[in-house]
Design a protein around this ligand. Sequence first.
Ligand code: BMA
Length: 850
Amino acid sequence: MYQKQFNNPNTKSTERVQTSATVGFKNGAIQIIIWITTIFFFTIPTLSETLFHISYVFGCDPYFRFNDLSYQWIALDNWTYTTTFTVPSQIRVRKKVLLVFDGVDTAASISLNGIVVGKTDNMFRRYDFSVRKLLKDGENVLEVSLLSPVFYSSERRKAHSSYSVPPECPPDVQKGECHVNFIRKEQSSFSWDWGPSFPTMGIWKDVRLDAFDVLHLIQLSSLPLYSISTQWRLQVELLVDAVQTTSCQVELSLSELDSKQTIQNLFLQGRLKYNFTLHINKVDSFKIEAYLTSFLQVYFRTVELIQEPVMESPGLSFYFRINEKSLFLKGSNWIPADSFQDRVNSAVNLLQSAVDANMNALRVWGGGVYEQDLFYNLCDELGIMVWQDFMFACAMYPTEDDFIQTVREEVIQQVQRLKSHPSIIVWSGNNENEAALATNWFNIPASQKPTYIKDYVKLYVNNIRKIVQEDQSRPFLVSSPTNGAESEQEGWVAANPYDPHFGDVHFYNYNMDCWDWRTFPRTRFASEYGFQSWPSFSTLEPVSIPEDWSYNSNFTSHRQHHESGNQQMLQQAALHFNLPNSTVPLKRFTDTLYITQVMQAQCVKTQTEFYRRSRSEIIAGKGHTLGALYWQLNDIWQAPSWSSIEFGGKWKMLHYFAQDFFASVLPVGFEDDDTLFIYAISDLNHDLKLRAVVNVYSWSDLDSICTLTSDQLLVSGGSAAAIFKQPVTSLLAGCGGCTRLTCLLSFHLENNHGIQQGPTNHHFLCSPKDAQGLQRPNITEDKSGFMVILHSDSVAPFVWLDVGHIQGRFSVNGFLIVSRNKTVHFDAWQPTSVAELSRSLSVTTLMDVY
Ligand code: BMA
């Protein structure tokens, strides 16, 4: 048993005299006023530390080299956090005093002045304990005794003797801990296929005393609801703790919209929820608008998940209609931004990076945490739609009473906390658990399957779904992937939850050739797909030493948590690229990191473009794709993974590619039976008249050999249409001696004034490794301000600019050069200088790695 003692510096009480909450719309505010007595709160700040800070005490970054193994022992022991504090008299004289923990990670016994006040077993719940009688004059001692989460989980597993709840342990390659499904804690904290095992223990959110005499407002939430008959109404929910039964006046008003209501309400003694409805006279616009006030914002928007028969296709559609407009969801999947939640400060940067890559949606994946309020506030403001999973992933779960009870409380609290956020457009019960059952990941004998289905339905349908359905403002899906309405028909576990005719699909295949779009399923909604890559050297360097810097080092295989992942990346890359072969070991290593990023960017681009061009058509009964969320946006540490952003925020090549492949207007080129097609895709609200312009280049020359232009086409807003079609042989024949091996295509869309719409795209007619005439370009740089002008004397694919450790991003990167000059800007996220940037700048092109 280890004791950790904190001193108690400068604790102070803060008086919260405000007992009214104000919410707003546009330039005004809705007010919810309850006339009650003063509330006091008192923070106990020194407990807000997580256990793994101990590794810093030992002087080492837990992410350094093999420290995840070196520090394994920390989570195998029990720990006690102790603090002392004195309580101001205005707190102690109140009729009720609550000791509030916004988040304890995870299994703990809490005592105040030697008396146990309660226990915790769920990281995702807020806990409070009535402690007025236990508080003393002078020094109070608060103790939080944490059980090893590894030990706790294994004890729970042993107690569940009747049948196993798989998986028992993660695969060996993940070097993780067992039975994480028995503890209500971030599931990836026991290791994942992209993350280390750091089963944290500690107090990960605030601790305080809340003191009051009559009423305490614990949670305020509001939901704007729309129906044709009643139009808009605002459902306001107050979770109130009343010391005694009290009658109070509650005033709801929205002056701008001329809506006001005053209610005399009886608040019964105890903790109860009260619902009020404010009828709104008129909302002029469906536009999401925010007005920040002290407690809550109100936004008006509607969400529908459309699952209805589709012409010429078996199955049902699956797409989101927001404010009566069908939207293509473009984005990625969010995982925890750090193993140590209390040091996450990158949300702003990561979410801004998502928006900068033209994403409009993120899925908060079910093996992590319900994110902090700031995350959802930012999503509201930045216009990122959130697919919110509940925190269950890739496993079966127990359903004993106490487990169900703690999950119920977790779901009630999280829905109350999060439902006011318009950014959340759908709740989803779990990650891949329907698929795990249906396709028998865990080799459950057929005779036992009904038991697991019964448990599945009990947890996600009869409990979670029932609670969440009180929120009528957004849909609930039981799992992801799921067949949605069809899964329900089949008793909640469909025979094939990956059926492309229904719901959403997760798809991974590392053995196929990712340049061949025929290998991708033409789904209604692709909520996960992806390929791994390595982060850049500047990200790995701080957590490694020179002996680690080769693709075959112990470090390189240690950081890879996905079986055969490092080989798969090279195999995929080798299909189209020569693999790095430098005799200088460090260069060979950094070139290999680069080539994995090239491969990943190109693979995810091909797949995403396939989904986007499938939005308006049905081919062989499949299509009408209206969602592409690739796996995964961010990283939890410095390691190979499917992410497009490295730990620390640096954009991989994929993220730069996403800027283009998620652009609102986009030309996509592909071949079908040796015919080149170009599709014009538009996510805009209005129609465009477009033509495609195709430039044919030789790999050996910067001057275009010939230019082809399509007829003009009316492209409706929110559609994808073929705009150009020509057999490759006739195209090349008409273009002076070109062959598949000597030429490549670059193309863009233009409006009727000849103005380019959307980015320029390209299509390779062969693999770059077979290209004839591709030369090592001579690239020189002119730097002025934070701008680089590249001068090239030949065609150069995958040109990569890197400024090492300097935080920031380029305007474009990983691009194809088919012009003599290319200007690139650098957006610095930290103070830097032209001199520093110039010193750090390196330029790599595909030919440099051969
Ligand atoms: C998906 C996710 C994660 C995983 C990823 C890559 O299925 O839900 O569990 O990290 O695949 O394997």
